[in-house]
Design a protein around this ligand. Structure first.
Ligand code: ATP
Ligand code: MG
Length: 222
């Protein structure tokens, strides 16, 4: 259990899954070296528990890095308890649903970028499902949620996931007419510090190349 006083209100996330979801999720956890040795059998119950545990640990990293996110409280089997983001028992709206002025949207964009940079460099994590659906707007701040699938930058697909996160974020803020947004590739570079030469279309290919290089580096370090 996390140290410190219990939050006044808690959110409880109960993990369950269908067979198709299980197969998709497996990709995120099997290749995360932190959990690799523990997934010897294709045991869905075990995987769900590990998924919950992964979210708990990832949330801990975010919370300690000072990124607005739910404080993890307790993990028990496939049930995760965390602090509740919202007021008077009403969950804060997702960025997708929140009604923000253009000035607030500009602030929100800056906050999301700051959170992505801190996640990558301070927490060694790529969210891997970052979008307007997994960001809550509360007390004039963006709160990052849903960390179950987040992976470390050395995960074989981490850079691909990061590029996808950047694409989602730019697409959302562009649809809200936030001015002077960079391209997804420029945001990727800003967040990761990795520059990928060439046009935007080749970013996917380049991410794959970086992943191959990281994979090679890892092989030599085993
Ligand atoms: N700590 C929290 N405080 C308040 N509301 C939360 C919290 N965590 C999650 N929620 C609410 O629950 C919803 C689902 O949570 P989350 O995104 O973590 O799970 P999910 O696996 O994506 O679930 P779903 O597939 O139903 O969206 C969020 O969109 C948000 O509205
Ligand atoms: Mg979600």
């Amino acid at each position: 259990m996390e140290d410190g006083p219990l939050p006044e209100n808690c959110a409880v996330k109960v993990f369950k899954t269908t067979l198709t979801e299980f197969k998709t999720r497996e990709r995120y956890i099997r290749e995360d070296y932190r959990f690799k040795d523990r997934l010897s059998k294709n045991n869905s119950q075990k995987l769900i528990r590990m998924w919950a545990e992964k979210e708990y640990h990832n949330l801990r990293r975010l919370h300690r890095a000072g990124i607005p996110s739910p404080k993890p409280v307790l993990i028990k089997k496939h049930i995760l308890v965390m602090s509740f983001i919202g007021e008077q028992h009403k969950a804060a709206p997702k960025l997708k649903e929140a009604r923000l002025s253009l000035a607030e949207l500009c602030v929100a964009y800056e906050q999301v970028v700051e959170a992505m940079v801190k996640m990558f460099h301070g927490c060694h994590l790529v969210h891997a499902d970052l979008s307007e659906y997994n960001i809550l707007w509360h007390e004039e701040k963006c709160w990052i949620i849903d960390l179950g699938q987040a992976v470390e930058p050395t995960h074989p697909h981490a850079l691909h996931f990061l590029h996808r996160d950047c694409t989602n974020i730019i697409r959302f803020f562009k649809s809200k007419r936030v001015p002077e947004l960079p391209s997804p590739l420029k945001l990727f570079e800003l967040v990761s510090g990795i520059s990928l030469p060439g046009p935007e279309e080749s970013a996917e290919r380049m991410c794959q190349k970086c992943e191959e290089k990281l994979e090679d580096d890892r092989k030599y370090h085993v």
